[in-house]
Design a protein around this ligand. Structure first.
Ligand SMILES: Nc1ncnc2c1ncn2[C@@H]1O[C@H](COP(=O)(O)OP(=O)(O)OP(=O)(O)O)[C@@H](O)[C@H]1O
Length: 320
């Protein structure tokens, strides 16, 4: 055997080396969506609601997903909550592969792994039970703890979310914001690993919305529960550290919030670069430069320039 043959790696060695060099996408993420596709077919017409969406959320992180109506937010949440199955791609939450669940796995997943807060308070709480009874119900259904242990936990959760004084009230006797904070306690009752909230402030005024966001932040911080809030309200980026924007069924931007040394809250927006190098330019940037179909790129030492295909007509000079 020649020396060249001896030193030439085999295909399987090359594959093993490639695997070592790059950890799998989102290997350590608590919530992972990789190239997620959801196509709805109705009367022969196909609607692509998710078009290869990538999303990573770390354990213990709190993020918001924002997007215009029809961008795919509810579809994403339905997949993450185990209500819907994507057409293709990977969806994994707290180690559970959402595309490979049996009906029994799905029930366990929805009962033990994730907690939900829906927009409509009526979907979150039973009207004829008090706040404390509503929080105790999921624990009873899951057969968790003794009667006393359940009462203690419901009291602690209601206190944590600032609605301890409402323990004996029925939903109809509480404000919308209080009902949603009780709903968060219900979602947390069985100690889920991930809380999913769909427009939790959609029916609330700004003061109540802020209280609900503050309650979600407190639950996230104190209990370490990973939290994903879906909303069309772009101002949510002031309330959370990371906001992921979806456009046309794909993640398009991220806004990161940080506090400067002077104490000011600074929100910086980034475009998302996907794994094959695709980037969605903001619609207003494209419109401002009349960009269409293709653009010219130039690689500089520390950035990439993007120019319209055709030069823009000269601006007419202002008459003197
Ligand atoms: N069951 C369905 N059958 C057919 N098309 C659907 C279905 N559900 C959603 N779609 C379509 O998929 C796309 C994404 O919808 P989705 O409800 O996920 O968006 P969204 O961002 O949550 O919107 P909204 O904020 O209005 O609820 C839309 O074009 C919608 O019409």
């Amino acid at each position: 055997m020649s020396e060249v043959e001896l030193n030439t790696p085999t295909l399987s060695q090359l594959e093993a080396r490639a695997g070592q060099a790059r950890p799998a996408f989102g290997e350590h993420a608590h919530v992972l969506c990789d190239n997620l596709v959801r196509i709805y077919k109705t009367e022969g017409v196909e609607v692509v609601a998710l078009q290869g969406l990538d999303l990573l959320v770390d354990r213990g992180e709190l993020i918001a997903v924002v997007g215009a109506s029809g961008s795919g937010k509810s579809t994403l949440l339905n997949v993450l909550s185990g209500l819907d199955v994507p057409t293709a791609g990977v969806a994994r939450v707290a180690g559970t592969d959402l595309l490979a669940m049996t009906a029994k796995d799905r029930l366990r997943y929805r009962r033990e792994v994730v907690g939900f807060v829906w927009q409509q308070t009526a979907r979150n709480l039973l009207p004829y039970l008090t706040a404390a009874e509503n929080v105790r119900l999921p624990m009873r259904l899951a057969g968790q703890g003794s009667c006393t242990a359940r009462a203690v936990r419901s009291g602690e959760l209601l206190d944590l979310l600032g609605v301890g004084h409402r323990a004996g009230s029925r939903p109809g006797e509480m404000s919308g914001g209080e009902q949603q904070r009780v709903a968060i306690a219900v979602a947390l009752a069985n100690s889920p690993q991930v809380v999913l909230a769909d427009e939790p402030t959609g029916e609330l005024d700004s003061e109540n919305s802020e209280q609900v966001f503050a309650a979600l932040r407190r639950a996230n911080r104190e209990l370490g529960v990973t939290t994903v809030i879906v909303t069309h309200d772009a101002t949510v980026s002031e309330q959370v550290d990371r906001t992921v924007g979806i456009r046309d069924g794909r993640t398009s931007s991220e806004t990161l919030r940080r506090t400067s040394e002077g104490g000011d809250v600074i929100a910086e927006e980034y475009a998302v670069l996907d794994r094959v190098g695709r980037l969605q330019l903001p619609r207003d940037f494209i419109n401002a430069l009349d960009m269409e179909r293709r653009v010219r790129l130039e690689l500089e030492r520390d950035h990439i320039g993007v120019w319209p295909d055709k030069p823009r007509p000269e601006e007419p000079e202002e008459p003197k």
